[in-house]
Design a protein around this ligand. Structure first.
Ligand SMILES: Nc1ncnc2c1ncn2[C@@H]1O[C@H](COP(=O)(O)OP(=O)(O)O)[C@@H](O)[C@H]1O
Ligand SMILES: [Mg+2]
Length: 355
């Protein structure tokens, strides 16, 4: 049997560069070598692309960047290429590829830009296409579209930072009147909790808005929800399915911040979530509805808050969820009888099916 050639993209320009390396490392290690030839493509924080052919364990710690075993490589928007263009000392060579697996998070990885290039290239790729990736990356757009179909979310408002700088008092007044305190202030395009603050009173608002603006000029403010945080793994193209079990995060910090997600290791995961069967089924159904509404393909993790063990509020969709072996998305499928490497097979099949 011919092994399929899979290019795994990792790193990238986002604040989640390091997380992506760890996710990609476990994807590469768990793709069956009987079925696939794997070509890791590393993207540096500066946005340079390389085909990396050295030891895989230099990927998670970033040492691959110092390796000699790498060559500049790129994806061409020209559909006739059918692979990755690799630059040698004298000439370019084309590495034919059957499927691309972007294991990238955040900006320029998960936000539709990479997916746009992949669509132009004509290569099959894992996950959502450009439009749904871009929609899900922007929490204000996601909220607006999902409220249009009656999916409950926290009360919210959003604005552009330059507008805030013109009339800070007007924006502050609106926040107090419409949301009250505490609120969460976030960059609309954030990921991994970067630039997010919980704000307890108007006095803390300005600093939180300025911090969020360092990540992007569109700012989202939401009422702070007091309740459980749960996550649902959805998989599929035209017939998406939610994993039977949903997971719950018991954050160790005031909220589930960057350190808690990736560094302290103190937050607890509960699988299944501590919720009734009825609420669990409702969350699964809403997750699939949101997935279909936003046109997701392949996979997406849909995150929720649950107030008083019963009121379900959708928080966000992550179109390339964390994919380390301890990440919620693969764990939820594993708990439902689909082990990590079988899940990877399924994602590649879904990518090839829609090509
Ligand atoms: N409206 C909210 N109410 C309560 N907690 C929130 C709210 N928004 C965010 N959080 C907390 O902040 C974390 C990160 O926010 P989230 O919107 O999920 O952004 P990211 O894309 O960075 O994961 C959440 O996991 C949750 O712990
Ligand atoms: Mg989140």
């Amino acid at each position: 049997m011919n092994r399929k050639k899979i290019a795994v993209l990792f790193g990238g320009r986002s604040s989640e560069h390091e997380v992506s390396r760890v996710s990609a490392y476990s994807v590469i290690n768990n793709l069956s070598s009987d079925k696939y030839e794997i070509y890791p493509i590393g993207i540096t924080k500066e946005g340079r692309w390389f085909l990396y052919e050295g030891p895989v364990d230099a990927i998670p710690n970033g040492r691959w960047e110092q390796s000699e075993q790498k060559r500049p490589a790129f994806l061409s928007p020209d559909r006739s290429v059918g692979g990755i263009v690799v630059c040698g000392p004298d000439q370019q060579e084309i590495l034919p590829v059957d499927c691309v697996f972007p294991v990238l998070h955040g900006k320029n990885g998960e936000d539709g830009t990479m997916q746009g290039l992949l669509e132009l290239s004509g290569l099959p790729f894992v996950g959502c296409k450009a439009l749904s990736s871009a929609i899900c990356m922007d929490k204000a757009v996601t909220h607006t579209l999902l409220s249009g179909v009656g999916i409950q979310q926290a009360q919210y408002l959003w604005f552009y930072y330059p507008r805030y700088l013109e009339h800070p008092d007007k924006v502050q007044l609106k926040i107090s009147a419409r949301l009250g305190y505490p609120v969460f202030v976030k960059p609309a395009g954030s990921g991994s909790s970067v630039g997010i603050s919980r704000v307890n009173s108007e006095g803390e608002l300005d600093a939180a808005i300025r911090l969020a603006a360092t990540e992007g000029e569109k700012i989202l403010v939401e009422e702070a929800v007091c309740g459980q945080e749960v996550e649902c793994a959805v998989l599929g193209n035209d017939q998406p399915e939610a994993a039977p079990m949903i997971g719950e995060i018991g954050a160790s910090a005031v909220f589930y911040d960057y350190d808690d997600k990736y560094k302290s290791g103190k937050s607890k995961l509960y699988i299944p979530a501590r919720l009734s069967e009825e609420v669990t089924q409702e969350i699964r159904a809403i997750a699939v509805r949101a997935y279909r509404t936003l046109g997701c393909r392949g996979f997406t993790r849909v995150d929720f808050f649950v107030r008083d063990h019963k009121d379900i509020l959708l928080n966000e969709l992550n179109t390339i969820p964390g994919f380390t072996p301890i990440s919620m998305y693969p764990k939820l499928w594993e708990a439902s009888g689909l082990p990590y490497s079988k899940l990877l097979d399924r994602l590649i099949d879904l990518a090839l099916e829609q090509a």
